[in-house]
Design a protein around this ligand. Structure first.
Ligand code: ITT
Length: 240
């Protein structure tokens, strides 16, 4: 981009590098607090049709893969941008950490078909039949790849952050909010599933919210280091 830009005036687009609208709904309100310069957009807002195949064997690997691919795809068009991708897995102790990185593709399906959330939940409950150790955790890794203006020319960076929450797999579905495995994941210390919470409550404590909170803190430090305005946490309803 243009080197020696005047920091403090340019728009910086945080692009949510996901094709999953449920994740966009959760992450968008958590990210609007980074800086007055920041605008949050998802791939659909930008009319960007790109599918990134998750070929890595770790959440971190896949999150980086997605952030780098979306950055490559859009940075020419957007200039200053931060591609932010999350990869999330449900790790069930009694299943040796499965479905983990394969959480989206857990239930076996006929040729070429992708399981729906409901297929995966049904399969998980089947696999857990008769198992008394129901311990599980949700883990999110967020990867960011960005380019921002700086007094000494553009500054490029990559960062990862992580959030995890412990819980148990219920014997049956409870609640109607959320998505994915939310109806069967009971959060430790709350005694309710994510699906029994509204999005606002899930966003105060979830695996994804914790990872986003760390990413926001990292971004604020980067912005301040490069003389870009960062919102103070007291300005906003930032997640705890
Ligand atoms: P992108 O890769 O496009 O971001 P995805 O749906 O494939 O979307 P992940 O690989 O990160 O996203 O997530 C794998 C699956 O884990 C996802 O399809 C859901 O079934 C489940 N999942 C992710 N986050 C969840 C959450 O907060 N609550 C319940 N289930 C979740």
């Amino acid at each position: 981009m243009n080197t020696m830009a005047t920091p403090g005036t340019e728009k910086i687009t945080i692009v949510l590098a996901t094709g999953n609208p449920d994740k966009v709904r959760e992450m968008r309100p958590l990210l609007e607090h980074v800086s007055p310069l920041v605008e949050v957009a998802c791939l659909r807002d930008l009319g960007a049709e790109i599918e990134v195949e998750e070929t890595e064997k770790t959440l971190e690997g896949n999150a980086l893969l997605k952030a780098r691919a979306i950055f490559r795809h859009l940075s020419g068009r957007l200039g200053y941008m931060i591609a932010l991708a999350d990869d999330t897995g449900l790790e069930v102790a009694a299943l040796d950490g499965a479905p983990g990185v394969y959480s989206a593709r857990f239930a076996p399906m006929p040729d070429g078909m992708a399981p729906a959330y409901e297929d995966n939940v049904r399969y998980l409950l089947e696999r857990m039949q008769g198992i008394t150790d129901r311990a599980a955790s949700f883990r999110t890794v967020i990867a960011m790849k960005g380019r921002i203006p700086s007094r000494n020319g553009d500054f490029s960076f990559e960062r990862t952050s992580e959030g995890s929450v412990k819980g148990t797999i219920d014997l049956e579905r409870k609640g109607t909010e959320g998505f994915g495995y939310d109806p069967v994941f009971v959060v430790d210390g709350r005694g309710r599933t994510y699906a029994e919470m509204g999005i606002a409550e899930k966003n105060t404590l979830s695996h994804r919210a914790l990872a986003v909170k760390q990413a926001v803190a990292d971004l604020k430090i980067i912005f301040q280091t490069h003389d870009l305005p960062a919102k103070l946490s007291t300005d906003t309803h930032e997640p705890r």
